[in-house]
Design a protein. Structure first.
Length: 120
């Protein structure tokens, strides 16, 4: 009878140890993922700083290794310097264009038509 109790106790101990091992393995995996993410974030921050990019540009850096991230940052830096040196490509884009004569002629016609010539 003693061996049955010992076997059951050993089995419970082994099951508990297995659960604890699984829990610790999951915890280690999570920590490794967090470490890798933090290393990547630090690398991106350094590359952004080295290339004088804005912190908002970090989302555009999608590479997984330093060489790819550096190449992407260099490309972004080149485009940013182009914008600074060239200025706006279409500087009058969005500006209001005053035509004057067409609109005025229509207003005069409408005022005369409806008897409001005094509003001109």
């Amino acid at each position: 009878m003693q061996t049955d109790t010992t076997d059951t106790s050993d089995h419970e101990d082994a099951t508990t140890a297995a659960r604890e091992t699984e829990r610790l393995e999951r915890q280690v995996a999570e920590m490794e993922e967090t470490l890798a993410a933090e290393k990547r974030n630090a690398l991106i921050s350094r590359i952004i700083s080295d290339h004088n990019l804005e912190p908002e540009d970090a989302i555009l850096l999608t590479g997984q290794d330093e060489a790819t991230l550096t190449a992407q940052a260099e490309r972004l830096a080149a485009r940013s310097s182009d914008v600074r040196t060239l200025g706006n490509v279409a500087p009058r884009e969005g500006a209001t264009k005053v035509t004057g004569t067409e609109d005025r002629d229509i207003r005069e016609f409408a005022a005369l038509l409806f008897g409001r010539a005094d509003e001109l």
